[in-house]
Write a protein that binds this ligand. Structure first.
Ligand code: HEM
Length: 411
């Protein structure tokens, strides 16, 4: 059951480590008594934005239906107007967000989405499937004889980056560097000095690979972007898309895998159930982990007109915090929402991937990766144990595990 600690600032980066997840006690209280809750302005430090400011309060949505309806109505609730993050993005950051799929004007967004969508369609992903299975097997091959590993970096972080490389058509010799850069980008909320600039390096790799694709077109997403005529993408647009895909699918997928491990160990009866028939239960178990943990806990929108949400008057320009974490524990949709139940019949209804025009384009791919990787893990090292306390990311955005040491019988 959730704890009932009282926080005065929902954007306190210490909440996730303290609660080992989102503050569900608080969300439950708001959902029951004040479901469209006004959060006054509070000084907030955002690690990714050291100069960040918060100049206004915002609405926090905790009911499933409200999060669902607002996400689907981009005319009234925009991710372009003031960005898709809850803190003030500032002019430079806002410009970057508007160049990103998640924050484009609706017309530009549809145009770009048409170009990238085929790479995520079932047909394309079915072709990628055997490669993902092979990569998952190789990743587990590397640790299986050791009897111990740090699951997040040694196992979970590798598949999203290798898959990104496959998707983009990045040559073999560049991949280990892309892994380092991907990890550095995913770890961006942990302030520490870096001797390199991962964004600029990823741009340089994008440009180099684009040049190769110009000469030698292939079926990769980067080749499609380079040769596309419909959306008139210049090199910087392509670099930014490259960056979005490098980031969006990494931290999220690896943390979901880490949460899966942690939840299986903290719910041994559920783990036994899973092991009793892995093929039958794994898919739904992953959906339940996505629902229960909501690694991307929120995105933001801005009201474009004076309007109302759930009976509450909302003014043009007001910012809105879509709490996927709270929506995914709404008892109006999920019975006994705080119970982790891998047999839950409607687990897949969760909003962990968002919904509406900006719904996660990589959801199908993420599911494939998680299935491939976790199947390897639970079949090859089924007796894994925690070898230390998991570490949570200090963040106001991601419910992420950054370290998860495990031990197991070496094979
Ligand atoms: C467990 C893994 C993942 C989670 C929890 C997740 C979560 C989300 C969420 C909540 C959104 C909605 C943003 C909004 O409404 O503003 C989103 C959008 C997006 N995701 Fe994911 N994601 C995951 C994996 C991936 C992967 C593997 C990729 C690609 C390789 C990806 C690429 C994207 C992109 C490009 C968008 C923007 C879509 C748009 O604006 O049209 N994600 N994701």
């Amino acid at each position: 059951m959730p704890r009932t600690a009282t926080y005065t600032n929902i954007l306190d980066a210490d909440i996730f480590p303290m609660e080992r997840g989102a503050p569900h006690g608080l969300f439950d209280r708001w959902r029951e008594t004040d479901p469209v809750h006004w959060n006054p302005v509070v000084p907030t430090y955002v690690a990714t934005q050291p100069d960040s400011t918060m100049t206004k309060g915002f609405w926090v949505l905790t009911r499933y239906q409200d999060v669902f309806d607002v996400s689907r109505d981009q005319d009234r609730f925009s991710s372009y107007e003031d960005g898709f993050v809850i803190w003030d993005p500032g002019q430079e950051e806002l410009a970057r967000q508007r160049a990103n799929m998640m924050g484009m004007l609706p017309a530009d967004h549809s145009e770009t989405k048409q170009v990238v969508l085929p790479a995520f369609a079932p047909k394309a992903l079915n072709t990628l499937g055997p490669e993902i299975d092979k990569l998952a097997q190789e990743i587990v091959d590397e640790v299986v004889g050791q009897g111990t590993c740090e699951f997040v970096f040694d196992v979970a972080s590798k598949l999203p980056v290798y898959t990104f490389c496959e998707l983009m058509g990045i040559p073999e010799e560049m991949r280990s560097r892309v892994v380092d850069l991907g990890n550095a980008m995913a770890d961006v909320e942990t302030p520490r000095p870096l001797t390199f600039n991962p964004t600029l390096e990823l741009f340089a790799i994008s440009e180099k690979v684009c040049e190769q694709k110009r000469q030698h077109p292939d079926g990769s997403l980067l080749s499609t972007l380079v040769h596309d005529k419909s959306a008139s993408l210049d090199q910087m647009n392509i670099n930014l898309l490259f960056l979005v895909f490098a980031i969006a699918g990494h931290e999220t997928t690896r943390s979901t895998a880490a949460h899966f491990m942690y939840l299986m160990k903290s719910h041994p009866e559920q783990y036994q159930l899973l092991l009793s028939d892995i093929d039958k239960h794994l898919e739904n178990a992953i959906e339940e982990v996505l629902r229960y943990t909501s690694t991307t806990t929120n995105f933001a929108r801005t009201a474009t007109v004076d309007t109302e949400i759930g009976g509450q008057h909302v003014k043009k320009g007001d910012k809105i915090y879509l709490s996927y974490a709270a929506a995914n524990r709404d008892p109006a949709v999920f019975d006994e929402p705080h119970v982790f139940d891998i047999m839950r019949s409607n687990a897949r209804k969760h909003l962990a991937f968002g919904t509406g025009p900006h719904v996660c384009i990589g959801a199908r791919l993420a599911r494939m990766e998680l299935n491939a990787l976790l199947k390897q893990v639970v079949t090859r090292i089924p007796d894994f144990q925690m070898a230390g306390e998991p570490q949570w990311l200090r963040s106001i955005w991601f419910n992420a595990i950054t370290q998860l040491p495990i031990t197991f019988t070496p094979a």
